[in-house]
Ligand binder design. Sequence first.
Ligand SMILES: NC(=O)c1ccc[n+]([C@@H]2O[C@H](COP(=O)([O-])OP(=O)(O)OC[C@H]3O[C@@H](n4cnc5c(N)ncnc54)[C@H](OP(=O)(O)O)[C@@H]3O)[C@@H](O)[C@H]2O)c1
Length: 335
Amino acid sequence: MSSKTYKKLIVKKFSKDFTSAAEIVEEKIPELASNEILIRNKFAGVNAGFDTLLCKGKIPYFTETPPIDLGVEAVGKVEAVGDKVTDFAVDDAVLTTQRGGGYREYQVIKSNLGFKVPEATPEVLSLMPTGVSALVALEQVGEMNSQEIVMVTAAAGGTGHIAVQLAKLAGNHVIGTCGSEAKSQLLQELGCDRVINYRLENVDDVLKQEYPNGVNLVFECVGKNIFDTCVDNLAVRGRLVVVGYISEYGKNLEQVYQERIYSKLLWKAASIRGFLMPMYKEYMLEARDRLLDLFYTGKIQVAVDPIEFKGIESVTSAVDYLLAGQNCGKVVVKF
Ligand SMILES: NC(=O)c1ccc[n+]([C@@H]2O[C@H](COP(=O)([O-])OP(=O)(O)OC[C@H]3O[C@@H](n4cnc5c(N)ncnc54)[C@H](OP(=O)(O)O)[C@@H]3O)[C@@H](O)[C@H]2O)c1
């Protein structure tokens, strides 16, 4: 096994975008230590926002310098186990969420860092950490209740479509924004009560006309004007969770000149709260188990984008595709 090589994607130098920063390298598969397992990755989740900011050196809490291994979550099959490993056997399906473990054909990890799953499918992969992020952000940061109005932006995306279903399951009225007819269709199938295709309707007009008392909880992924609109339409004691600002990841942050935000929040006792999954680690395992249960009992569906990205060479295209806003559901790369 040790003479065999595999390919992985690394950041070779911080640069202006993913394509110019990333490089494929080939390495030997290392010998296993006694507590390690060798995994052949089958699918990796694409987190184009995080990947791009990492390649730009723009993740404030991240201090490593290149070369840096890219990709995070992957699902695959165990190909070999160290001689002291008892929790995994060859051919087990395993999910991993190690930073650097995603965009590579093989990975070697300590066995206690892998999670055994029933099958190595892109659906299972989409639940962890993407689905987990949706659940923890809604519940822990957004303090999700029932019988409230919940709005999800980028609602047909990998994270958003899980958030929509969780908010519905909790007994809320759910508004979802998206940018295409196919995404509208998906959201309707998932039970979204009011789908707003922002290319056909003005989001602010819809909210003001149909939700004059405002939105109680916003799961906001997009940023820029949509963020402003969400802030303007918060209900009394409304909570806006900043999950991301994908509209700005590929660019320099827009400079805006306007009155300070407190004047928009104080008079409604509303709040804006940031969410970052690594800062809520203690909720991950319970959330993962609950989501897998919801999935395997048919209470939530996982939408995987139908475009097939195959092989390590396709990761760059997958990142571009997601950042162009074309995807419907979770984007994955197949190995
Ligand atoms: N804080 C955390 O820990 C955490 C964890 C996971 C994800 N996230 C964030 O959650 C968001 C969604 O991530 P994801 O990986 O699941 O992606 P995604 O939602 O599958 O894809 C991104 C979607 O954003 C929408 N979008 C709207 N305006 C856009 C614009 N100007 N440029 C590009 N896309 C635009 C597009 O859909 P429409 O055009 O249909 O709106 C696009 O399909 C990102 O902001 C990500 O950083 C954060």
